[in-house]
Write a protein that binds this ligand. Structure first.
Ligand code: SF4
Ligand code: SF4
Length: 166
């Protein structure tokens, strides 16, 4: 391309017949493709074939249970406070009668509602670090590995039931 006599306009060099048939460009493209065929593939048949992940990969959350099978969460809101995405919703309530703590005393509170909006979560792990009860962990599993198929927006709202069974 070179400058035209008319200011502001570029003068295009006309294409030759050979170039107008696009044959050099097609041959060049085919050559590039062929060059990559014998090379190692980086694509996977996801999700059937899972990539190798680093050992500290965080993955989907889980709410843990105590030795009596009750959720460990005491609704202290530490995780929700630490969460930079504000994606944790908790509603505390008095713990049901008979829920005892590790010292054998009746527990005061539990999370009647515990929800994580996974669409907003950035998987930073701050919630896990903030929890004084080890009540929330990250499983290292992806959604398909945890048995979830995420098709609708509602699928990304993880409530108590989902979080306790991930
Ligand atoms: S991983 Fe981070 S963004 Fe996700 S819920 Fe926990 S604190 Fe919030
Ligand atoms: S998960 Fe942990 S930090 Fe979050 S409310 Fe429950 S006990 Fe507190």
């Amino acid at each position: 391309m070179r400058k035209s006599a008319v200011p502001g306009k570029l003068h295009k060099k006309p294409l030759s017949i050979w170039e107008r048939m696009y044959i050099p460009a097609i041959v060049k493209g085919m050559f590039t493709t062929a060059k990559h065929i014998p090379k190692k593939r980086f694509t996977l048949l996801y999700p059937e074939v899972q990539p190798e992940r680093p050992p500290r990969y965080r993955g989907v959350h889980r709410l843990t249970k105590d030795e009596h099978g009750n959720m460990k969460c005491v609704a202290c809101f530490m995780c929700a406070t630490a969460c930079p995405s504000h994606c944790i919703i908790i509603k505390g309530a008095p713990a049901p009668e008979g829920w005892i703590d590790k010292n054998g005393r009746q527990r005061e509170k539990y999370a009647e509602i515990f929800e994580i909006n996974m669409l907003r979560c950035i998987f930073c792990g701050y919630c896990v670090e903030a929890c004084p009860e080890e009540a929330i962990i990250m499983t290292g599993k992806t959604y398909p590995q945890a048995g979830y198929s995420m098709r609708r927006r509602e699928d990304f709202i993880f409530d108590c039931e989902k979080l306790l069974n991930t």
